[in-house]
Design a binder for this molecule. Structure first.
Ligand code: HSE
Length: 435
C-alpha cells in the first residue's frame, strides 16, 4: 500500500503578476487548503531573474532564488508551477519538469496551444501530470467543467468571450461612442492592454484559448494554427453604432461547432443579439457558453484575467495535483487531448447570417444592382438600412443583414461586388451574426 504523504512541495517559476498571486494565496490559505485536501501544500521555491521588484508579498527566507532548473531538480519539489509565459525558457523548464515526472501547472495558453503535442506526449511518456486550467478564462473553472462536470456530454458547441482587453475596448467604444485608437490607449494606460497589444487585439490570444477549449471538448489536439482568426484592430465605431441600431452588440467571439460534418473553430468580431446572455458580458469579464448533448446550454462567467482571479485557477490545479500525489493516485491521461486525425469541416462551411456595410454610389438603381449581385450568389437580404451620407458625398453607407450563407459564397459575392466598377468605394465590412 502506498504511504500517504503529509506534505507536497511546490516551486513557482516566474514571480510576476500571476506568480505573485499564487504565492500570496499559498501563503495566506495554507491551513484552509490543508483542511480541504488532507495534505499540506508547502512552498519550497519561488524563482525569477528579477528579485528586486517589490511584488507586494512577504516571502519567507530561503525561498526566493534565480535558479529555476535547480528548483525543478529538488527531491522535495513535487509540483512545478510555470508562470513565466511565452514559449522560450518556459517551454524548456516545463519539459524538464515533465521528464523528471513532476506535476506541472501552467497558466500559459500560448505554450499549450502551440506546443501541446510535445507537452502532452512528454507528460504521458514520463507519467507526469500537466494541468492548465488558468490558461483559459482566468479564474473561471471552465476546463474542469468541460472535462469533469460535463463528462457525460458530447460537446456540440462552444461560444466564448475569452479576451478581457478586447471586450473592454468594444464595451467602451459602444457605451461612450468612441473610436478604436483612443480606447486602446486608455486601456493601455489603465493597465488592461499590453504596451504591445497585438496578441490580444489581433485575436491570437483568443485563438490560443479557443484551441485549448476545442481540444478538451473533442479529445483530439486542436492547435492554434487550426483556428481561423480575425481580431478587432481598427474596428470602426460606425459598425458598433449601426449594429446597435439593428439590435446587436459586436463581441470578439470564439466559436466552436462540432457536428457530424466535423469540427470548425474560429475567432471573429461577431454581432450578438442584445437579448443574448453573451451580449451582457461587459468590460474585462469573460464568459463561455457550452452546449452539451445531454445538459443543453450552460454558461460560465467571471474574471478572465488579473492576479488574484488567475491565481485562483492555478492554485486549484496545484490542489488537484497535491491531493492526487498525496494519495498515490494515477492520473487520467485519457482526458488529455491526443494528437491524431480529427474530422474537420472545411473552413467557412457553417452557414450564418452576416452584417455588411457598403459604401454605395449615391445613384438610382445602385441598391437594386447590389441586391441582384448578392442574389446571383444565393444570398438573400433580411434587412437594409441606408444611412444619410455627408452633404454632397458621392457614396453613402448602406448596412445590410443577409440571410444564412456560407462564408465561401459571401466571399465570392463580395469579390464580384468589388470588381463591379465604381458602384462601391473601399472594402465592404462584413461580420458574422451569432444565432
Ligand atoms: N490578455 C488577456 C486578456 C489575459 O486580455 O484577456 C490573459 O489571458
Amino acid at each position: 500500500m502506498t504511504e500517504k504523504r503529509n506534505e507536497i512541495g511546490v516551486a513557482v517559476l516566474g514571480f510576476g503578476t500571476v506568480g505573485a498571486g499564487v504565492v500570496e494565496i499559498l501563503l495566506a490559505q495554507g491551513d484552509l487548503l490543508a483542511a480541504r485536501l488532507g495534505v499540506r501544500v508547502a512552498l519550497r521555491a519561488v524563482c525569477d531573474l528579477d528579485l528586486d521588484t517589490d511584488r507586494g508579498v512577504e516571502v519567507p527566507d530561503g525561498i526566493l532564488s534565480r535558479d529555476s532548473a535547480a528548483a525543478i531538480a529538488r527531491d522535495d519539489v513535487d509540483v512545478v508551477v510555470e508562470t513565466i509565459g511565452g514559449c522560450g525558457i518556459a517551454r524548456t523548464l516545463v519539459l524538464d519538469a515533465l521528464r523528471r515526472g513532476k506535476a506541472v501547472v501552467t497558466a500559459n495558453k500560448k505554450l499549450i496551444a502551440e506546443h501541446g503535442k510535445e507537452l502532452f506526449e512528454t507528460a504521458r511518456a514520463n507519467g507526469a501530470r500537466l494541468h492548465f486550467e488558468a490558461s483559459v478564462g482566468g479564474g473561471i473553472p471552465i476546463l474542469k467543467a468541460l472535462t469533469e462536470g460535463l463528462v457525460a456530454n458530447r460537446i456540440l458547441r462552444i461560444e466564448g468571450i475569452l479576451n478581457g482587453t478586447c471586450n473592454y475596448i468594444l464595451t467602451r467604444m459602444e457605451s461612450e461612442g468612441l473610436a478604436f485608437d483612443p480606447v486602446l490607449h486608455a486601456a493601455q494606460e489603465a493597465g488592461y492592454a499590453e504596451a504591445e497589444p497585438s496578441l490580444d487585439i489581433d485575436g491570437h490570444d483568443t485563438a490560443h484559448k479557443a484551441a485549448i477549449l476545442a481540444s478538451l471538448a473533442c479529445g483530439k489536439l486542436v492547435e492554434a494554427k487550426d483556428v481561423a482568426v480575425r481580431g478587432i484592430r481598427g474596428i470602426d465605431a460606425r459598425d458598433i453604432r449601426y449594429a446597435g441600431d439593428l439590435g446587436y452588440r459586436i463581441k470578439l467571439l470564439a466559436h466552436m461547432a462540432c457536428g457530424p460534418a466535423g469540427l470548425e473553430v474560429s475567432v471573429a468580431p461577431t454581432l450578438v443579439g442584445r437579448e443574448h446572455l453573451l451580449s451582457q458580458v461587459s468590460g474585462v469579464f469573460n464568459a463561455v457558453l457550452v452546449e452539451g448533448d445531454s445538459v443543453g446550454t450552460t454558461l460560465f462567467y467571471g474574471r478572465g484575467a488579473g492576479r488574484a482571479a488567475t491565481a485562483s485557477a492555478v492554485v486549484a490545479d496545484i490542489a488537484d495535483a497535491a491531493e492526487a500525489i498525496a494519495r498515490g493516485g494515477a492520473w487520467r491521461y485519457e482526458r488529455l487531448p491526443e494528437a491524431g486525425e480529427i474530422a474537420r469541416r472545411p473552413r467557412g462551411e457553417e452557414e450564418s447570417r452576416h452584417y455588411l456595410r457598403f459604401s454605395l454610389r449615391d445613384t438610382p438603381g445602385a441598391l437594386a444592382r447590389m441586391a441582384q449581385t448578392l442574389g446571383a450568389h444565393g444570398i438573400g437580404i433580411a434587412s437594409v438600412i441606408q444611412k444619410e451620407g455627408e452633404e454632397g458625398a458621392k457614396y453613402v453607407p448602406v448596412v445590410m443583414v443577409t440571410g444564412k450563407v456560407k462564408a465561401a459564397a459571401l466571399e465570392a459575392a463580395l469579390a464580384a461586388i468589388a470588381a463591379d466598377g465604381d458602384w462601391t468605394e473601399g472594402e465592404t465590412v462584413s461580420y458574422p451574426i451569432n444565432g
